[in-house]
Design a protein. Structure first.
Length: 701
């Protein structure tokens, strides 16, 4: 048996177990963490030599395994895991954003943490388990790191906050919001929140509870470190000589403020680039074999210090705005005649173009991952081309940034999308970042909402988003509305809040410092609400309400509900019936759900109506007492056969044609006659009719 050291903690009404053993013993540290039936292996590795980079080379990988959920997935010919799912990318980002601020950014050794999901019970959150595992592995390893951290998922269900709710509870309940919050003891440095117009006060209450749970997890890990932790490796950090530092300061100090404090990003970028080039040339000339990588780091530190001092000591932002001022807003809709809906939203030099496409229900995306199997009716995809920041780059599909920003914007807009019963379309929005200078994801929320309204999607409400920044030191802080430029790159947080006039639909927080105090979080939520209301007022002036008519290029979609037992009748043997209808009426599609909902889509509305008429006729449910009209298609010795439409017919027995004796059926009705009759029996699709049982009122109706 493998010797294990087990540590347990009760949290959220369940037992969290951390196991350390010889498993993955060549990593700097490894643990297996279990919570309910979910288990994650977390490993941490640091290379022994310096990497040739000018940044902290930290990699965070979240590896889903289909076996963890007892599934065999993948294509029919490749039954194995391939490219990371969006769920896995987002989970990896969640952990990355929590642990990264607690590393010394000056480290230049390759560090990698890997979470491998070994078991998933479909109830307990592997993100929670994975974060605890990574934090514990880093904490007990010899890798220098300023953890531990903790994190929990919270949901407001039935007016009460629940810690680490089961997945089934989140699926069943109409929760007000659910959030994952994490960070070190006493602070929160990472937030993901999805809300149904959640109130700021309720959200703040959740973060207060989250902090208590985070602190409990940190204390738990500190006990593990005391029991089995390794001494931390001392990694030498390159430092300048006194002469180098003095020359650096003497050249840069008189010139830096003029370059950084510019109202326009374009001019600021030019001035800062030129100054940096002059600085490097000066140092290279003055010092033989000057360490320009070290000088580059010192330059970044100098800009960071300047931006902080200007905000905290002088009350000044780089572009001259007040701390609560939003940059100039511009927007336009209906940009292209051929697309279903479009809009561009500009906030300062950040520009987001969004285009909406509407399609039949069959265009839904099929989702099949370790955690999720289902359909996705609303999609929002975010693109960030290199030209948006004035760079040259490659186009290789969606990366971690595109997936993360798109997921945030989709999370913000999704609660506004009408239900399929009210709007039976599959909806896709594609957002192109044309220019980026602070929070293109929140500009994407605004442009997407305007684009959806331009397309005629009857949104429940209008939504918008804003990104908040922070400058802080040990003594005071300043929250910045609508961060941009150096505030984004050198500031202490990127706190994005989206929602409607009545509440929050999404939050995402990243920090470059250890975390935020309750006071900072509370002020940020209030300041963000004021900014959101201002942006919503502006957007209402661009397009006050969704358009009442869809584009002529949008297919008409008609819907009805049939008895699920009759789905096979509509499809026909080998799809013969449904494909015949599509071909006959030149339809875009006919989509049928398992619950009996039928959607007919066609560019020609009249064709869609005719096809729907046939479907209704062939699936019509006849009830005793119902009055029908139909044409006599055949007379027999014992009665008349009446066409009821949809390939169905009914029989009027000779005794039910009229009161009194009937010698021959032809004496009462002839083939081709239209008759009105009452249904007197409807069993196993055998319909019996009666004319004589009609009342006088029914005959006249």
């Amino acid at each position: 048996m493998i010797e294990r050291k087990k540590f347990t903690l009760e949290i959220g009404g369940k037992t969290l177990t951390v196991e350390a053993s010889r498993l993955a013993e060549q990593a700097n540290a490894a643990v297996i963490v279990k919570y309910g039936g979910t288990a994650v292996l977390a490993t941490a590795v640091m290379m022994p030599t310096e990497a040739n980079t000018d940044y902290l080379p930290l990699k965070v990988d979240y590896e889903e395994r289909f076996y963890a959920a007892g599934k065999i997935l993948g294509s029919r010919y490749v039954r194995r895991e391939g490219k990371s799912s969006e769920d896995a990318v987002l989970s990896g980002r969640l952990v990355d954003r929590t642990i990264r601020p607690l590393f010394d950014y000056r480290l230049r050794r390759d560090i990698q943490v890997v979470m491998t999901v070994l078991a998933y019970d479909e109830e307990n959150d592997p993100d929670f388990v994975g974060l605890v595992g990574v934090s514990t592995a880093l904490s007990i390893s010899d890798i220098p790191w300023n953890g531990p951290v903790g994190g929990v998922r919270l949901a407001r269900l039935g007016g009460k906050l629940v810690v680490n709710p089961d997945r089934s509870a989140l699926a069943a309940e109409n929760f007000e919001f659910e959030t994952f919050a994490s960070g070190p003891k006493g602070k929160i440095n990472m937030i993901e929140l999805s809300g149904q117009e959640a109130k700021e006060a309720d959200v703040f209450e959740a973060f207060t509870l989250a902090q208590a749970e985070i602190d409990k997890l940190v204390v738990f890990q500190e006990k593990i470190v005391a029991a089995i932790g390794k001494p931390k490796t001392v990694v030498k950090i390159a430092e300048p000589t006194p002469e180098f530092a003095a020359a650096f300061e003497a050249f840069l100090a008189p010139k830096l403020a003029a370059a950084v404090l510019q109202p326009k990003k374009e001019e600021q970028s030019v001035q800062m680039r030129m100054l940096k080039e002059e600085l490097m040339a000066h140092l290279s000339e003055k010092f033989e074999n000057a360490d320009l990588k070290l000088a580059d780091r010192m330059y970044e530190d100098a800009v960071d210090k300047l931006v902080h001092e200007e905000a905290l000591a002088n009350g000044r932002r780089p572009d001259g705005r007040s701390f609560t001022q939003i940059r100039p807003l511009e927007a336009e809709v209906a940009l292209f005649e051929r697309t279903h809906g479009s809009a561009i939203f500009m906030r300062g030099s950040t520009q987001a173009l969004a285009v909406t496409t509407l399609a039949a229900p069959g265009a839904e995306q099929m989702i099949e991952t370790m955690r999720t199997t289902g359909k996705r009716r609303f999609m929002l995809h975010y693109n960030f081309p290199p030209y948006s920041v004035g760079e040259v780059g490659n186009f290789r599909g969606a990366g971690r940034r595109e997936i993360g920003h798109g997921a945030l914007a989709e999370k913000a807009v999704r609660p506004l999308i009408p239900t399929v019963d009210k709007f039976p379309y599959t909806v896709r929005v594609v957002a192109e970042t044309l220019s980026s200078n602070g929070s293109s994801s929140m500009a994407t929320v605004c442009s997407s909402v305007l684009s959806l309204m331009d397309a005629g999607v009857p949104l429940k409400k209008m939504g918008a988003g804003i990104a908040m920044g922070l400058m802080s030191n040990n003594e005071k802080f300043q929250v910045l509305t609508d961060l941009q430029g150096p505030e984004d790159f050198y500031g202490d947080m990127d706190f994005k809040v989206a929602g409607t006039a009545d509440g929050i639909t999404a939050i995402q927080l990243d920090t470059k410092i250890a975390g935020l105090s309750p006071a900072i979080i509370k002020q940020t939520l209030g300041q963000a609400r004021d900014a959101r209301l201002e942006i919503l007022k502006f957007m209402s002036g661009v397009l006050a309400a969704p358009r009442t008519a869809l584009s002529k290029y949008v297919p008409t979609i008609l819907q009805t509900t049939i008895n699920p037992d009759k789905i096979g009748l509509v499809i026909g043997p080998g799809g013969k019936t449904i494909n015949g209808l599509i071909e006959k009426y030149a339809l875009a599609s006919i989509d049928i759900e398992e619950d009996g909902r039928v959607f007919v889509a066609a560019v020609d509305k009249a064709a869609a109506e005719q096809a729907m008429g046939e479907i209704k006729a062939m699936t019509r449910e006849f009830t005793v007492g119902e009055i029908i009209e139909g044409r006599v298609i055949k007379n027999l010795e014992f009665g008349a056969i009446v066409d009821l439409g949809g390939g169905k017919d009914g029989m009027i027995h000779v005794s039910e044609l009229r009161n009194g004796f009937v010698n021959k059926v032809d004496d009462v009705v002839k083939v081709g006659d239209f008759v009105k009759a009452k249904i007197i029996s409807a069993e196993d699709d055998r319909i019996r009719l009666s004319v004589k049982q009609l009342t006088d009122e029914e005959r006249k109706a």
